[in-house]
Ligand binder design. Structure first.
Ligand SMILES: [Zn+2]
Length: 388
């Protein structure tokens, strides 16, 4: 790979206050970064780097840590455009639409799933995303859950077993039997391919008691915990995530004061996915302002999935988080990088630091503010990736 100097960076977001100004973004102006064999080797003033094999003049653009998309359902087959159109015509969203994707995903080959997920991952990288998390959860039988995780594992280390997404049709009259499967044979088969376990805690999906049992079974197998919590109405998901020391409580659209306090007092990151609130035309967005002001760690993710948030664009999510969740542009950029890395308990991602793997995103603007200020304009791209 050799060494390369990225020079003439107007604004460098390091997310390390000791690296730059004392803000949480650790900003440096008129900076340069040297990458040697894929590792950040030097950070300093523009024009001051020692000679390297290659020099890229960024001509006054902004560089930030590549986005970390900490919540995706990138592996699936089929789409739900008709369901989306119906919802936009006034029909409400219910959790059961997932079953449409289950039927298509069960029928798809691993090769087909890998091809379509790779295409979506390429799409994400062309918009500045470095690291992604990918969940199973469209199999809901042992063979398909394993198939999904094996595909996901070819694309990322951050794989999540979500057998407890919804109860499949064949267990409609036997929820207990499905919880036994998820905590038994399905978990045994899936755990070797997963780093995390996740549960959808919601009316129509899993209640707190079943979710606790499933999460504890996963933890006993060495999996880290994540929870789909408080998406459609207030509920027990956030408190359960905090009680069990989960890395992340995702959605957090409907929170009580007690939920906000629990998140602020715990190591559980509040991962907001406002693309889902957008695509379901939710009357309420997660209140990022309230969470940030309470001292909770906030992350942003796409929740890319064919039913309720079919976007791979972290810049779109940043723009939504600023407009609808009332984060500032700086807070939203932090949440999409450092906050999301924290939700995956990854201290080697979401920041730019010497000796870390280099995952840099360039924004074709002089400041990160443009990510929210110029919505839907393709400004961000992982450095070193071909243009879309
Ligand atoms: Zn999700």
């Amino acid at each position: 790979m050799g060494s390369v100097t990225y020079d003439n960076i107007a604004e460098l977001v390091t997310n390390d206050p000791t690296q730059g100004d004392e803000s949480f973004l650790g900003l440096r102006h008129d900076a340069a970064v040297v990458v040697d064999d894929g590792v950040v080797a030097w950070i300093g003033e523009a024009g001051q780097a020692s000679p390297t094999d290659e020099r890229v003049d960024l001509e006054g653009r902004c560089v930030l840590p590549a986005f970390v998309d900490s919540h995706t359902h990138l592996v699936f087959d089929g789409d739900r455009a008709e369901e989306f159109a119906a919802r936009m015509a006034g029909q409400p969203y219910a959790a059961g639409g997932i079953r449409t994707t289950v039927a298509a995903t069960r029928a798809a080959s691993a090769e087909a799933l890998l091809a379509s997920a790779t295409k979506r991952l390429t799409e994400a990288r062309s918009q500045g995303t470095g690291l992604v998390e990918i969940k199973s959860g469209y199999g809901l039988d042992v063979a398909t859950e394993v198939k999904m995780l094996q595909v996901a594992q070819q694309l990322t280390d951050e794989t999540t077993f979500l057998g407890a997404h919804v109860v499949p049709t064949e267990f409609a009259d036997d929820h207990r039997g499905y919880v036994d499967l998820v905590t038994g044979d399905m978990l045994d088969a899936c755990a070797p391919y997963a780093k995390w376990i996740d549960v959808f805690v919601e009316d129509g999906a899993f209640d707190a008691e079943a979710a606790r049992e499933i999460l504890l079974a996963g933890q006993a197998k060495g999996l880290g915990l994540r929870v789909h919590a408080n998406q459609l109405r207030p509920g027990p998901g956030v408190q359960l995530a905090c009680d069990l020391g989960a890395a992340s409580a995702d959605h957090c659209t409907h929170l009580t004061d007690g939920d906000v306090a629990a998140l602020a007092d715990s190591g559980t990151v509040a991962s907001l996915v406002p693309g889902a609130d957008f695509s379901t035309r939710s009357p309420v967005y997660p209140d990022g302002r309230r969470l940030w002001d309470a001292g909770a760690a906030v992350a942003l993710a796409t929740d890319c999935n064919p039913g309720t948030s079919y976007t791979t664009s972290m810049p779109f999510v940043i723009a939504l988080a600023v407009r609808e969740c009332h984060l500032t542009p700086s807070e939203a950029v932090w949440a999409a990088t450092s906050g999301a890395a924290r939700s995956l308990r990854r201290d080697d991602a979401g920041r730019i630091a010497v000796d870390d793997p280099a995952a840099l995103t360039v924004v074709d603007a002089k400041t990160h503010v443009h990510l929210a200020y110029r919505p839907a304009v393709p400004l961000a791209q992982v450095l070193g990736e071909p243009a879309p």
